[in-house]
Write a protein that binds this ligand. Structure first.
Ligand code: XUL
Ligand code: CO
Length: 444
């Protein structure tokens, strides 16, 4: 990143956030995230690849289901959704990323530029803002982690987009995605995300599920074809979520997405972008979904946030739990770390955290939590006791009959012979869950 901006335009009271170390009591300083510090041979900045989202951080108003009225103070907003306002907001994003030291951002097409009266006018608006974003990227060195299309806000998408019952809506969504991939390419995006906004159903009474899934498969193939034609080299991702806004989203969890991709012959073209609060809504831990994706060679990127234990919905809170970030980083490091992906804060402040400075507190907390998780995970890996325990637990597969099974050398007849000879099987060693939980606490 180029030299950080000391600009006073939008956040005049906030300096460039320094690293001051764990003893600092300065709320506008990092205690753990030290971008140039080396962990397992790479800098923290290279490992974590932090990203700021346009939708919550720049466009959020503090709305909830009980009020769509703006609660958040954003002195630069003029109350309109004009193109001029959109162009001005781009400056807010880049000043924020520079002061925070976040190397990336992510957006939906409609976050950055307003819809016009026609698709042509909408695309023209988008082109104007993208030109400005490109200039800011060149000037600041902040890059695009991924782009995406908003296929869930406009009422035309009430029945879904690629899974809509209306073929014209499918076509409109296809045109929108085509353009969104083009602008992501123009901005040199490292990736492009498909999150199925309303791709799901509210009732099976009106739904032809097979037909909708076939359409979604066809839609993604068209996107893959267009990516090739364009020469866009970024990574495509699919982002699982089990429900909200629909009762059932087709991309419900990592396993369901992988099965869908396999069924429609898309596995070579898309990895997964996993979000903590989506995994927990699906009844899994984030680490579970990361392990499912990693085992399939499809761990791409993460949307970093957290839910609330007592609220059952997608609250998108900033992650501060060190156990959570440690588990995430253990699995991310196990599968070789991020390449095109990163740690994207798909998270929002609470409605009552209404001042611009709250955005800094939120991101600093999330970045510090991930930096701690990274350092703790690296220490656990260097210590080796956890990995050794798991390896030893499966020792019977490394020699003898276990090895023969893994190598595909034996069938049921040979195994029967082996079992009859044994007579009875000796029990395995203890699973030692409590011992291992204590071991993790040694590092936290
Ligand atoms: C919605 C969600 C989206 C995607 C991008 O829950 O996570 O913001 O990340 O469309
Ligand atoms: Co997300």
């Amino acid at each position: 990143m180029k030299k950080a901006s000391q600009s006073l335009e939008f956040f005049p009271d906030v300096p460039v956030i320094p690293y001051e170390g764990p003893d600092s009591r300065n709320p506008l300083a990092f205690k753990w995230y030290n971008p140039d510090e080396i962990v397992e041979g790479k800098t923290m900045k290279e490992h974590l690849r932090f990203s700021v989202v346009y939708w919550h951080t720049i466009r959020g108003i503090g709305a909830d289901m009980f009020s769509m009225t703006r609660a958040w103070q954003r002195p630069w907003e003029d109350g309109t959704d004009s193109l001029d306002m959109a162009l001005k907001r781009a400056g807010v994003l880049f000043e924020f990323c520079q002061k925070l030291g976040a190397p990336f951002y992510a957006f939906h097409d409609r976050d950055v530029a307003p819809e016009g009266r026609t698709l042509t006018e909408t695309n023209r608006n988008l082109d104007r803002v993208v030109k400005k974003l490109k200039k800011y990227q060149e000037d600041t060195g902040v890059g695009l982690l991924w782009g995406t299309a908003c296929l869930f806000v406009h009422p035309r998408y009430m029945h879904g987009a690629a899974t809509s019952c209306n073929a014209d809506v499918f076509a409109h969504a296809a045109a929108q995605v085509k353009k969104a991939i083009e602008v992501t390419h123009e901005l040199d995006g490292a990736g492009y995300v498909f999150w199925g906004g309303r791709e799901g159903y509210s009732t099976l009474l009106n739904t032809d599920m097979k037909r909708e899934l076939d359409h979604l498969g066809a839609f993604l193939h068209m996107a893959v074809d267009w990516k090739k034609e364009l020469g866009f080299k970024g990574q495509f991702y699919i982002e699982p979520k089990p429900k909200e806004p629909t009762k059932h989203q087709y991309d419900s969890d990592a396993a369901a997405c992988l099965n869908f991709l396999r069924q429609y012959d898309l596995l070579d073209h898309l990895k997964l972008n996993l979000e903590t609060n989506h995994a927990t809504l699906a009844g899994h831990t984030m680490q579970h979904d990361l392990e499912v994706a990693g085992a399939a060679g499809a761990l791409g990127s993460i949307d970093a946030n957290t839910g609330d234990l007592l609220l059952g919905w997608d609250t998108d809170q900033f992650p501060t739990d060190i156990y959570l970030t440690t588990q995430i980083m253990l699995t991310v490091l196990k599968y070789g770390g991020f390449t095109t992906g990163g740690t994207n804060f798909d998270a929002k402040c609470r409605r009552e955290s209404f001042e611009p400075v709250d955005l800094f507190h939120a991101h600093i907390g999330g970045m510090d939590a991930f930096a701690r998780g990274l350092k703790i995970a690296a220490k656990i890996r260097a210590d080796g006791r956890l990995a050794d325990f798991v390896k030893n637990r499966y020792a019977s597969w490394d020699t003898g009959i276990g090895k023969d099974i893994e190598k595909g050398k034996v069938g049921l007849a040979e195994l029967e012979k082996h079992a009859l000879k044994l007579g009875e099987v000796k029990t395995n060693q203890s699973g030692r869950q409590e011992f291992l939980e204590n071991l993790i606490n040694e590092f936290i």
